[in-house]
Design a protein around this ligand. Structure first.
Ligand SMILES: C[S@@+](CC[C@H](N)C(=O)[O-])C[C@H]1O[C@@H](n2cnc3c(N)ncnc32)[C@H](O)[C@@H]1O
Length: 472
């Protein structure tokens, strides 16, 4: 991280603002909101600035900058819209070790201003580290649209009751109490503008809980699908649960961008298994999930793709049930669907594939245990998980069972991730394709007529009117 994110306390502290135009006026509004004692230096100023100076709200020095203006200041803004003059202010401030910002000039600044979402006292700062301010602003617009306008009122409401909650709720119960407040009718009343009703409900909620009533912790387990890798492909529910979890137990296929979405204080436990290196046996994982839930933690068992598609989610669910622990399963986008979408291959397509079959190429005893004659049927698409290391066997068994060597296929490696690769070929060349391209995985093999529609390949006239292959 190039910049250190922080919030300055400027209440009643002296701040210097150099500049009297619209740019300076914008900074002045923010400085005043944070309670700074502002000295503004500029020969001319906008009517807004002049009015504030006349009302005694700021100290306007009607002249150019002089180094003595920096005396005793806690923070400096150079916002005169004259780059040379602003840089001179910045250099003088830097020489004295004062934090200084030059508008739109990160190189001359010792701090930069984030795009902010203001729901005072909730303030969200968004920064691209100066690399893409427009992107930061777009993100701000998105966040603005997600947050209720009265969010600040809700934070202020909570602040009013903080002492009472602390005095009446045992430490172990406090967080659960606040969560019920924020997720329930009390918060809804505040956000709807009914502060009176919210206060009454809050007082009765506080009084209902006897002091030191440390309610026994109630844990929860969610077995959550994290999708194929691209964090944007998480479901909203998955995201909410990840952000809510006390502990996240995650697999190898769940990338760091997704694990990083967890709360900072959440525990992250890697329980991934890699081929030939079973870091934790499945029974141990099952026991770990149960132990954490029994200790009252909110557990998210995060699995790549969908938990119920070649993910052993079923085993974990049954093991929890056997211990009397209920778990909710949250589906994720499975790799077959994700890789198909990411490579422009429809898994079913009128005239080309009347069904799709999800199979695993994983071999317990050297050879995948599959119904080869059924899979050789060219009227369906085969989505083969974990098929890279057994590609040669898959190819030979399917050909022996009567599949056409010219049957199109695509191998999608690291689907939806920035380094995704899409390789196309035919069944007869599968082994060589995987070997020559040194496919490492995770990779999905999509076999069937539809694979000929992979993005990037020129469409043939037949593909454009796909009625030839099958009468479906
Ligand atoms: C143990 S399975 C887990 C499947 C997962 N539960 C799902 O629904 O996608 C792992 C296999 O899924 C496939 N896979 C998972 N993520 C993938 C990705 N991003 N790109 C390509 N294949 C992927 C690969 O075949 C990999 O070997």
């Amino acid at each position: 991280m190039r910049y250190y994110p922080t919030f300055f306390d400027l209440r009643d502290r002296p701040a210097l603002l150099v500049g009297g135009g619209e740019t300076a006026a914008r900074k002045l509004r923010l400085l005043r909101k944070s309670g700074a004692a502002v000295t503004l230096v500029a020969p001319e100023a906008t009517p807004e600035i002049r009015d504030l100076a006349e009302a005694g709200a700021i100290d306007w020095q009607r002249r150019g900058f002089a180094p003595g203006d920096l005396d005793g200041k806690a923070l400096v803004h150079a916002a005169s819209d004259a780059p040379e003059a602003d840089r001179a202010v910045a250099a003088a401030a830097a020489a004295r070790g004062l934090p200084v910002n030059v508008v739109d000039d990160p190189g001359a600044s010792s701090f930069i201003m984030p795009a902010i979402v203001d729901r005072d006292p909730i303030v969200i700062g968004i920064s691209s580290g100066g690399s893409a301010p427009v992107l930061a602003r777009r993100l701000r617009e998105r966040i603005e649209s997600l947050l209720p306008a009265r969010l600040g009122k809700l934070a202020a409401f909570a602040e009013r009751f903080r002492g009472a909650v602390k005095a009446t709720q045992a430490p172990a119960a406090r967080r659960g109490f606040w969560e019920r407040v924020f997720d329930g009718p009390i918060a809804r009343k505040v956000l709807a503008g009914d502060e009176q009703g919210a206060s009454e409900a809050m007082i009765s909620a506080i009084n209902r809980q006897p002091a030191n009533d440390a309610a026994p912790p109630v844990g929860a387990v969610h077995i959550v699908g994290a999708g194929p890798g691209d964090p944007d492909l998480l479901t909203l529910k998955a995201l909410r649960l990840i952000q809510d979890a006390d502990v996240i137990l995650y697999d190898k296929l769940v990338g760091p961008e997704i694990v990083e979405l967890a709360r900072r204080d959440a525990e992250r436990v890697y329980v991934g298994k890699s081929k030939g290196n079973h870091s934790l046996p499945q029974e141990r994982i099952n026991a770990l999930i149960a132990e954490r839930a029994e200790a009252g933690q909110r557990v998210v068992r995060l699995k790549g793709g969908d938990p119920f598609v070649f993910g052993r989610g079923g085993e974990e669910l049954l093991s929890l049930r056997a211990r009397g622990i209920e778990a909710e399963v949250v589906p994720g986008i499975t790799a077959a669907a994700a890789c198909a979408a990411a490579s422009g291959i429809p898994l079913t397509h009128r005239g080309l594939a009347r069904g799709v079959n999800f199979v695993t190429g994983h071999a317990e005893d050297g050879e995948p245990d599959l119904d080869w004659p059924a899979l050789a049927d060219g009227r369906q698409t085969l989505a083969i998980y974990m098929g890279v290391s057994t590609a040669g066997t898959l190819m030979r068994r399917l050909l022996e069972a009567g599949a056409e060597p010219a049957r199109p296929l695509a191998v999608i490696e690291k689907g939806t991730r920035p380094d995704q690769r899409v390789l196309t070929g035919t069944l007869g060349g599968l082994e060589a394709l995987v070997r020559e391209a040194a496919v490492e995985g995770p990779a999905m093999i999509i076999l069937g007529e539809v694979a000929a529609l992979a993005a990037g390949r020129p469409a043939t006239p037949q593909e454009a009117a796909p009625s030839r292959a099958l009468a479906l």
